[in-house]
Ligand binder design. Sequence first.
Ligand code: FES
Length: 213
Amino acid sequence: WMRRPMSLYSIDKVAGRLAFLYKCEGRGTQGMATLEAGDEFNIAGPYGNGFHLEPGWKNIVVLGRGVGLATLAPLSQMASEAGVHITAILSARKPELVMSRELFEGFGADIITVVDNDGSSDVDKVEAILLGLIEGGKAVAFFTCGSNRLLALMKRLGKEYGVPGQVAMEQIMACGLGACYICVRTFEVDGKKVLKRVCRDGPVFDMQEAVGW
Ligand code: FES
């Protein structure tokens, strides 16, 4: 009955083609995986507010984990097309699960891979990487998706070092249009707790407003 919310994975303006990256988990995504070239498929969108880049940002850091990396891919494409240098920190449980490496490489990003099985994805290790990037002038803005603890880390460092940031929130959705309020989450704006709809007010939010989950 309900549509599945999905972020874009890549945009090919020349060919007029969009790509989506998804994991086959339930009936909906398993059904999608049976589609063949030429089949018809009903989609709606784009909805909500995506990432944006300020003209002065010449060095950005994208930090994602798991499928959250897919959400950061079009932002990296946009940055690459605007001549913005990207450092992509790709986090996963193990090396074979690191997603989208080739895609980020194609955007000319400096890639840093961190994984759980050697401890390199520990928050203190990622913090050291981010501090190095801040000191080296490579972190003018932060972007993240896919991990609450990495969001908390970027938020804390962003506040301490004055680095603006954006986060794409993941949330269950129903209507996707702002009508049903199923996707409401709590945010913190000017010290006050406020409720916002992830589908319509986001899914990308100012990192300092995000409370995590
Ligand atoms: Fe209905 Fe967001 S999904 S308001």
